[in-house]
Design a protein around this ligand. Structure first.
Ligand SMILES: [Zn+2]
Ligand SMILES: [Zn+2]
Length: 83
């Protein structure tokens, strides 16, 4: 029983190399999910719990910045049309 490890991904106790409950390697590199803060394998893009996709800051900031630029452009064009 000394080999029993608690699977960080599903919480089951396993003595196997791969978790018998979720089939993942309990010793695999892992990272906390940003959405649900549970542990998910580091090599997977999507969280195994909530399926949130790990994205860098820019993946959502860049479209936001582009959208703001487009909005500012549209507003400036509209102001020119009013004059
Ligand atoms: Zn597991
Ligand atoms: Zn998650």
């Amino acid at each position: 029983m000394s080999d029993a490890r608690r699977c960080p991904f599903c919480g089951a106790t396993t003595e196997e190399a791969l978790c018998g409950s979720c089939g993942r390697d309990p010793a695999a590199p892992r990272r906390p999910c940003r959405a649900c803060s549970k542990m998910t394998p580091a090599d997977g893009a999507a969280c195994v719990h909530c399926h949130a996709v790990a994205t860098s800051e820019w993946t959502w900031k860049l479209p936001l910045i582009i959208g703001l630029f487009v909005l500012a452009f549209v507003i400036s064009v509209m102001l020119h049309m009013v004059r």
